[in-house]
Ligand binder design. Structure first.
Ligand code: FUB
Length: 324
């Protein structure tokens, strides 16, 4: 009997020891529910993810957000903005993108899946807190028109090292960039008088994103069709925020063992650990509903020359990586 008890104790000890040394991971998707176009961003000691609620267009009338101290445990912040705060929103509230400026949080959004002659496009909302509640900053779209063929959706605001805020945006295979004014109520023309420059790279479709690493400008975007398996992410490297941007190829795409149609991503960097993360959506294996998109996270790696390596999508997600 003693021998048996001793053996059981040894096995139990081994199980506890293994589970204690196994690092906790985020898992993928990182949150429950259909969420797409996730913008991952760091404010202070907290990671935030702002996604589109991936439902039929007519139901898309609010945003939720998620926050985490370590990338593993996520807290949901419900309805950080909804239709009651945006009088001109009728449907298709998409692709949130947020930036902090002088203690205020500016949440850019796209709505109404706008076409020529309709009201909709890119708007700005503002709050004192990253969890909202956000209120419409202008009471009308910031960009309503179709300029250079770009549908006004999928905006991303990037702060350059000289303090300039650039907005990259555009669907329908066209990407524009403009310089935001001080209070994000409009744009400052470039020296040649143009308000928006078209910078469409490679097989760009939508979902632009920009970050700086080691003095280089990494411009990224989505290609293919977002409901289909061919949705994917490609990138370019430039030495300034206006390009030219020549595609260096695809770094995130369908993996038939893990998920399909991976795209509309963002990148976060923890300066403490030095790690980079890609936050993106993908369709679960076997799912046939194009709206069934789930928000996932995996590590982003670079080679010695600074090229982005193809992303290995996982079910496990990433390990805890606190910011302080
Ligand atoms: O979620 C709606 C749209 O799907 C986004 O604006 C596009 O980028 C695509 O992901």
């Amino acid at each position: 009997m003693k021998k048996i008890l001793r053996s059981i104790a040894v096995v139990l000890f081994a199980v506890v020891a293994v589970s204690c040394t196994e690092a906790k991971r985020s898992g993928n998707p990182i949150v429950e529910g259909w969420y797409a176009d996730p913008e991952g961003v760091i404010f202070g000691d907290t990671y935030w993810v702002y996604p589109t609620w991936s439902k039929p267009f007519k139901e898309q009338l609010h945003f939720d957000a998620f926050s985490s101290k370590d990338l593993v445990t996520w807290q949901k912040h419900e309805r950080i903005i909804d239709q009651s705060s945006i009088s001109w929103l009728t449907h298709a509230l998409w692709a949130p993108s947020i930036i902090e400026k002088e203690g205020k949080y500016y949440l850019m959004f796209s709505c109404n899946n706008v076409r020529e002659g309709e009201v909709g496009g890119i708007g700005v909302a503002v709050a004192d807190n990253p969890a909202g509640p956000f209120k419409d900053h202008l009471g009308k779209p910031l960009i309503n028109d179709i300029i250079n063929g770009a549908q006004p959706i999928d905006q991303f605001v990037f702060k350059d090292t000289d303090g300039t805020y650039y907005m990259y945006y555009g669907g329908w295979k066209h990407c524009n960039v403009g310089k935001l004014n001080d209070d994000f109520t409009g744009f400052v023309p470039f020296e040649n008088g143009e308000v928006f420059k078209e910078i469409t790279p490679g097989e760009y479709v939508e979902g632009p994103f920009m970050f700086i690493k080691d003095g280089k400008y990494y411009f990224m975007w989505s290609e293919g069709k977002w409901r289909k398996d061919n949705y994917r992410v490609a990138y370019a490297i430039a030495d300034n925020p206006l390009g030219p941007f020549e595609s260096r190829g695809v770094i995130l795409q369908t993996d038939k063992e893990i998920g399909t149609g991976a795209g509309h991503h963002s990148v976060m960097h923890n300066p403490r650990s030095g790690k980079y993360y890609i936050v993106y959506h993908r369709h679960p294996l076997g799912s046939t509903d194009g709206d069934d998109r789930r928000t996932c996270i995996d590590e982003l790696h670079f080679d010695a020359e600074g090229n982005i390596l193809p992303v290995k999508m996982t079910f496990e997600g990433v390990e805890a990586d606190p910011l302080k």
